[in-house]
Write a protein that binds this ligand. Structure first.
Ligand code: ADP
Length: 406
């Protein structure tokens, strides 16, 4: 089955055409700067990668152009849209409605639209992507895979905020989590590498990229996570503050004369590694500066590792133990120094990093010492594969059910 995976960001649309049975990626690409007059599409595999400048006023136009490129253009990868058997959409917010991936129908679209209040840019873009696919491929089944669905298993003690209960109810204020597809993917892969069933393991999964989140997964079930009502909560990130004393917000608004947009911008775009280092949100640049003796770069690095370390501790107590800690995304996969700092001093807790293995690069790898009670595993995330896989399973089951009814 060929599944077209569509990931509609606020101003981008990533796509990937996957042959699910073999896991082979037929092609992939990104529509960049959608909605601006500098939009372009980068697509193709390896040396065949091409960049085309195209006018993409919205996500409908982006989908139309992607379908055109797949079937025509300089190097068509399929002869007609008939070779696309299903479409899987990444949806940022599924609210309390969705605890798993679903086949898209009008009711699902209406709920995604309704939830746009919680993720305005992303959910609206996703609906545009869905509508465009429906109009160009009306008979092709489509599936919604939600970033938040994985966290719907969390108990109220983990997802509620201690605010007036009526306000939480009225506005749907609670922890929804984020990066769910990534956490789910690396948890499955980790269980596979450890050769243990996922429902017999206690895992802490760490998605450490520009956005950062961690999840406690107890016997296959997410029981706590760091991201909250919005993706601003939890760990310190590239440009986001993560959790801070909430009283700082009104304090800054008053003393700096900031309105809500400005304070939102400050917390989301001017804080985190960028805010502390004053240099960059990119940990590579900040690591270099720290190595050269820049004290604020070093402080940003230490604060970041401290926020991950502290969360490991709290999640161990939430689950009363841990079998493996799994790291992914730009920082988790690539920063040897950050991993060293995160796991430094945890030997007493049975968590021992093997510095020699920590130097290894590349694909999935276990980097803990042979005598470590807790495995430390690095797994490059693959959200697109997970979306393709969910789509495959749901569409296959739907077709089987239809055949059985005939
Ligand atoms: P996103 O959350 O945007 O998907 P990524 O998972 O691609 O982000 O992570 C991007 C971040 O990963 C970069 O900003 C950079 O800080 C970090 N990163 C990538 N490679 C390295 C490296 N070799 N050393 C340190 N940090 C790295």
């Amino acid at each position: 089955m060929n599944v077209l995976v569509i990931n509609s960001g606020s101003s981008s649309l990533k796509f990937q055409l996957v042959h699910v049975e073999t896991g082979g990626i037929i092609t992939k690409g990104i529509c960049d700067s959608v909605g601006s007059d500098t939009s372009f599409i980068k697509y193709g595999m390896y040396e065949d990668e091409q960049v085309v400048k195209v006018d993409l006023p919205d996500h409908v136009a982006a989908v139309q152009k992607v379908l055109e490129l797949l079937t025509s253009g300089d190097k068509p990868v399929i002869s007609s849209l008939g070779e696309i058997n299903a479409v899987g959409h990444r949806i940022v917010h599924g609210g309390n409605y969705f605890d798993k991936s679903v086949i898209i129908d009008e009711d699902v679209v209406a709920k995604i639209e309704e939830l746009a209040e919680l993720a305005p840019l992303h959910n609206r873009a996703a609906v545009q992507g869905i509508r465009a696919c429906q109009s160009y491929m009306p008979d092709v089944p489509q599936v919604a895979v939600f970033d938040t669905a994985f966290f719907q298993t969390m108990p109220p003690k983990a997802y509620m905020y201690p605010l007036p209960y009526e306000l939480c109810e009225k506005y749907g204020i609670r922890k929804y989590g984020a990066h769910g597809t990534s956490h789910r993917y690396i948890a499955h892969r980790a269980a596979n590498m450890l050769d243990e069933p996922l429902d017999e393991l206690k895992l802490i999964t760490c998605h450490l990229g520009n956005g950062c989140s961690m999840t406690a997964i107890d016997h296959g079930i997410a029981v706590d996570t760091t991201m909250g009502f919005t993706p601003l909560d939890g760990l310190m990130m590239g440009t986001r503050s993560g959790s801070i004393d909430p009283a700082i917000v009104p304090f800054l608004m008053e003393h700096e004369g900031l309105n809500t947009d400005e304070v939102n911008d400050l917390l989301n775009k001017q804080s985190g590694i960028l805010g502390i280092s004053g240099i960059s949100n990119d940990l590579r640049t900040v690591t270099e500066a720290a190595d050269k003796g820049d004290p604020r770069a070093a402080m940003a690095f230490e604060m970041y590792s401290h926020s991950v370390k502290k969360t490991i501790g709290s999640f161990i107590t939430v689950m009363a133990g841990v079998d493996a800690i799994v790291l992914t995304a730009g920082v988790g996969e690539n920063s040897r120094k950050m991993r060293s700092m995160i796991f430094a001093g945890l030997q007493q807790m049975g968590i021992r990093l093997d510095e020699r293995k920590n130097k290894l690069r590349g694909f999935e790898r276990i980097i803990s010492a042979d005598n470590s009670d807790v495995a430390i595993i690095v797994i490059p995330t693959d959200e697109e594969f997970m979306i393709a896989r969910d789509t495959f399973v749901l569409v296959r089951d739907m077709k089987r059910a239809a055949e059985n009814q005939e």
